[in-house]
Design a protein around this ligand. Structure first.
Ligand code: IMP
Length: 432
């Protein structure tokens, strides 16, 4: 097995925890010489903070590759797109000198739309007893409408008359649940007028991206598939029901972008050197509030989308091993090693105890109830005091960090191809 992904094929980069692994930086690093960056699932529940010409911008729908002026960005059919959010993001990037014209930004006509009533339903539910701490961006309700076959798609924005009729039908369908939950019924006219205005700007970008991608790949273009959220939030393999509503795994790129599994290329899972989670759900290696706060403040662990304080814990190897298995990862990228430089001693969860028994590392519980009862078995190690952020080779890292990497590789049976030791683009070490 090579210790780093080949530089001449396609790449799939995805989160191997509960989102917020630092994928944006890893994508940014690897997309230097790719031609096309594709997002294939989720919507503006994601968030990456990027630095463009010294200015910080947060992207939610657009792939992180958007800030590379030569890369074409594709928003695939598996995504749910809030038109108002997309327009806002395009404007924000234009404001920092990174415009996305119709040649550079392609939106699949098959992508679903997130409409204001989806956000309304999400918020109403999150105010109730079954809240799971969603981002309230309407993601779950939009995917529900997709599965119920009443969703509106980006392609519908191309035809005003049929758009109005479809919107009317969709509103009639969703109104009873909104009213039952105590919300105001959505109104057709203002909703349609706003959507029709948004359609004007978005129309040139909407296209059948699937044959385009196929043609580009036949012509030898390099494609990077950029995952959103993380494997532990995957609708099937994550910590259900505390998950998002899409397939966040690399496999989701096949359906979500309309490409063959062999198109995925090398698969890189991204994990922090510790774990974080936003929203509800079990997290066996979570720290108590005082320690969590310490890690949170050193790591700047606040959501890029909602600003929420992230729950923090020690690296959880059984969860990570599960994520990498169901993703078919070839490599692991470890981020934020520098954050652990602030700790004299660190811990790594190497197994779970469940009801008095030690589980094998690859026996990650499928049930959220079991996971909530699981307690971590920790290995204690020295912290990474001495990481300066200026190291540029694995050999230059303190021995404690190298021992940690070697231990993680051995437990996961996967090579660590990249480590990130600071927020700057060049605070990144790749195995050579
Ligand atoms: P939803 O995707 O907004 O429906 O939220 C479902 C769960 O996924 C909640 O726990 C969210 O906090 C979490 N989630 C969704 N997107 C992200 C993300 O990009 N990073 C971290 N957590 C996320």
């Amino acid at each position: 097995m090579n210790v780093r992904p080949p530089l001449d094929g396609n790449l799939s980069i995805f989160g191997a925890q509960w989102g917020d692994e630092g994928k944006g930086k890893v994508v940014d690093f690897f997309c230097e010489n790719v031609d096309i960056v594709v997002r294939f699932a989720g919507g503006n529940n994601a968030g990456h903070t990027l630095v463009v010409g010294g200015l910080e911008v947060a992207v939610h729908l657009l792939p992180s590759g958007a800030v590379r002026p030569s890369a074409i960005c594709v928003l695939g059919a598996g995504m749910v797109i809030d038109p108002s959010a997309l327009l806002e993001e395009m404007q924000m990037l234009a404001d920092v000198g990174c415009s996305l014209d119709a040649k550079r930004l392609k939106l699949s006509s098959r992508a679903q739309l997130v409409l204001p009533y989806h956000r309304q339903i999400d918020a109403l539910r999150e105010g109730g007893p079954n809240a799971i701490g969603t981002t309230k961006r309407g993601i779950g309700p939009a995917y529900e409408d997709k599965a119920a076959r009443r969703g509106l798609r980006a392609g519908d924005l191309r035809d005003g008359a049929s758009l109005r009729a479809k919107l009317e039908r969709a509103i009639a369908d969703v109104t009873p649940q909104i009213v039952a939950a105590g919300g105001q019924p959505p109104e057709l006219v203002p909703l349609f007028d706003a959507l029709a205005a948004q359609a004007e700007t978005l129309r040139p970008h909407i296209t059948e991206t699937e044959p385009l991608l196929a043609r580009w790949m036949r012509g030898g273009k390099r494609v990077l598939f950029e995952g959103a959220q993380g494997a532990m939030l995957d609708i099937d393999h994550g910590t259900y029901p505390f998950v998002t509503s899409s397939t966040t795994l690399p496999a989701g790129a096949c359906a979500g972008a309309g490409v063959a599994p062999r198109a995925l290329g090398a698969i890189v899972g991204v994990s922090k050197a510790y774990v974080t989670r936003v929203g509800a759900g079990p997290m066996p290696s979570e720290l108590d509030e005082a320690e969590s706060e310490r890690l949170r403040s050193h790591g700047g662990e606040f959501g890029a989308t909602t600003g929420r304080a992230r729950r923090c814990g020690w690296l959880d190897l059984p969860a990570l091993r599960h994520a990498l298995t169901v993703s078919g990862a070839d490599y692991l990228a470890l981020t934020k090693l520098d954050v652990l430089a602030a700790f004299e001693r660190i811990k790594v969860c190497e197994a779970y105890m469940l009801d008095g028994e030690r589980l094998a590392i690859d026996a990650f519980p499928a049930s959220a109830d079991e996971l909530a009862r699981a307690t971590p078995v920790y290995r204690e190690m020295a912290g990474f005091a001495g990481i300066s952020g200026d190291e540029r080779s694995f050999e230059a890292l303190p021995q404690t960090a190298r021992d940690f990497i070697a231990y993680v590789e051995q437990a996961l049976e996967l090579p660590v191809c990249l480590v990130s030791i600071g927020p700057q683009r060049d605070a990144t070490i790749v195995r050579s």
